[in-house]
Every structure is written in structure tokens, then in C-alpha cells.
Design a protein around this ligand. Structure first.
Ligand SMILES: [Zn+2]
Length: 326
């Protein structure tokens, strides 16, 4: 059977990298560590303190924090001991290194949150860009390695024109048992292939998203648009969005899966050479994106420069016959 979509529409894939988020205020990687040092709330938090001490002990970080290593170097160092299951020394046994790995990832999330959500500086530009994209009248798909959601939050105008984003994940949002007590603000419509399927824009967030709360017990992701990672930097616990009790009072608890009460974590892949694609949801997205790239007539790169740590993205394009693309 011939796929109608492949027959009648021009498939165009837009590949978005860090550059598209930078204009909204998301710091580039080399700025993230500086921000951890400069943001007092983060720097003086319990977790910020543990992380900075680790850098002083192992990377010779000075008091002014002006000799910072790169993010990749820090992850590479941590990943080495964790993957070998070896202690660094008596002060840094492997369990502590795993904890520092998690803390580092939480701090990166927190930096992006505090820097961006002061206000999305690119909202106008994004709105115009979305409008231009749909005027192409192609079947548009977006693949991105960004885990912030600045660009996708500007989609609202198209939503009112009957366009829907399809993140290609079987979100927990589609199941009653997960959504019972969640504020209706966070409900998310399933993008069904309809009569006019050009109205659905497929999105593949290959490195996860700050809006995705993951339960490893259910292997399910709850998509919370406009929410974002909100970590308590004293104890590393993720806070959930407000919920309302029977009396209508708002409560903010630790983010736990409504079905099994396991603690949620944000599903992102940090900038490490040791990209962990054991997560079946992200692995599935990767191969769905590969199929999209193979079907695409045009591939447009915006703000992406194939950083060294993204060898899995290089592999993705090696699997696509790029000579036939425009
Ligand atoms: Zn669960």
C-alpha cells in the first residue's frame, strides 16, 4: 500500500540545534558553567556547593571560577569511573560520583530555567518563523537536540489554526489514571492523523525535554507543556506542578508518578560523550527520526554545528543517503 503522505506532499525536515534557543536566552554550553558560578541561588545551594567542591578537588578550579573545564570534560571524567564502577578515591566513591553526575544534570536544568524563563526573548521571531513554515505547505517535521522548549512554546498561534504538534511518544497524558489529579492546564491533545494530515507537525526531541517527567517504573513520560524542570537544589527533588485538593487549595508536592508514586525525573540526555540510549523511549524516537530523514526531500539545518559529543547524530546522518536531499 502506498503511503498517501509520501505520495502527495513534500517532506521537509528542519533540524534545530542550540542556535535556535540561544536567541531566546538559553545559554550555550560554554556559558552554562559560568552561570552556575555566577548565579548566587545556584552557587550557594547545597547541591551547587557539592558540585563546586568537586570541581575544586578534581579540576583545580580557583576561587574566581575563571579556569573552568568544559561540560564534556566533566561528564567524561565522571562517566569513566561510573562505567568502570570504580571509586575515584576515598572521598569520591563511585556512589558519590553518580550523585554528582545527577546533581550536575539538575544544575544544568536549573540554569536553563532561570536564564530563559525570565522571558522568552525570541517569541516574536519564532511566531513569524512558524507562520513561514506552514505557508510552505510541505509536510514539516522537526528534529532537535535541544531540551529546552522555547521554540515550541511559540506554537500557540498555530494551535488556534488547527495545527497540532506530535512528539511521537505515547505520553502518560493519554491515560486517565495518570491525569486524574493534574491541573487541566497540562492536558495535552493526542495528535491523530486526520483528514488533512499536513496540519500535524511531527517533532522528535532526541535529547529529551525539560517538560518531560519520566517514571522509570512505568517507562512512561508525562508531558507538561509550559511547566519545566523545577528542582529543589537543597535535596535534588523534583517539584511537581500545582495540584488542587478537594477544598480547591493548591499544593506543590515532590513530583511522583500518580500510578506507583515513584519519583519523577526529567528525561534529558546531557552533553556527554557517553550518550545513554538505554532509555527505550529515546531510542525509539531516534529510529523514528531516522525514518523521517530517509523520507525527506529537503533537510534544513538551523543553529546546529555537529558538536563532537553528538557522534550519534553524525551516525544518524551517515545512515541517510544525503546525496538525494536538497
Ligand atoms: Zn510510574
Amino acid at each position: 500500500m502506498i503511503n498517501i503522505e509520501e505520495q502527495t506532499t513534500t517532506n521537509t525536515v528542519i533540524f534545530l540545534g542550540a542556535g535556535i534557543s540561544y536567541v531566546a536566552g538559553v545559554p550555550i554550553q560554554s556559558e552554562i558553567l559560568k552561570t552556575i558560578c555566577n548565579n548566587k541561588e545556584i552557587f550557594y545551594s547545597n547541591n551547587g556547593n557539592i558540585f563546586i567542591k568537586f570541581l575544586k578537588d578534581n579540576f583545580g578550579l580557583n576561587e574566581n571560577c575563571d579556569n573552568l573545564p568544559t561540560i564534556e570534560e566533566i561528564y567524561f571524567f565522571l562517566d569513566f569511573f561510573i562505567s568502570q564502577n570504580e571509586n575515584l578515591n576515598s572521598k569520591y566513591p563511585v556512589e558519590k560520583l553518580k550523585n554528582i553526575w545527577n546533581i550536575f544534570t539538575q544544575l544544568i536544568c536549573s540554569v536553563i530555567e532561570t536564564e530563559v524563563y525570565v522571558g522568552n526573548k525570541a517569541d516574536n521571531a519564532y511566531n513569524k518563523f512558524w507562520q513561514k513554515l506552514v505557508e510552505l505547505n510541505h509536510k514539516i517535521s522537526i528534529i532537535t537536540t535541544n531540551y529546552d522548549s522555547c521554540f515550541f512554546e511559540s506554537f500557540d498561534n498555530l494551535y488556534s489554526q488547527n495545527y497540532l504538534l506530535n512528539y511521537n511518544i505515547d505520553f502518560a497524558n493519554y491515560y486517565d489514571e495518570y491525569m486524574r489529579d493534574i491541573n487541566s492546564f497540562f492536558w495535552w491533545d493526542k495528535a491523530e492523523e486526520g483528514v488533512n494530515n499536513t496540519k500535524i507537525i511531527d517533532v522528535y526531541k532526541l535529547h529529551g525535554s525539560l517538560e518531560w517527567l519520566y517514571c522509570s517504573n512505568c517507562n512512561k513520560v508525562m508531558h507538561l507543556p509550559f511547566f519545566h524542570a523545577n528542582y529543589n537544589l537543597e535535596n535534588g527533588e523534583l517539584k511537581q506542578p500545582l495540584i488542587f485538593n478537594e477544598k480547591g487549595e493548591s499544593i506543590q508536592r515532590i513530583a511522583t508518578c500518580p500510578v506507583d508514586k515513584c519519583k519523577y525525573q526529567i528525561l534529558i540526555v546531557p552533553p556527554t560523550y557517553n550518550k545513554n540510549f538505554n532509555n527505550s523511549i529515546l531510542k525509539d524516537l531516534y529510529f523514528k527520526a531516522l525514518r523521517k530523514l530517509r523520507m525527506a526531500k529537503n533537510i534544513i539545518f538551523i543553529g546546529y554545528s555537529f558538536p563532537d559529543a553528538d557522534y550519534h547524530i553524525k551516525a544518524l546522518f551517515n545512515r541517510v543517503n544525503m546525496s538525494k536531499k536538497m
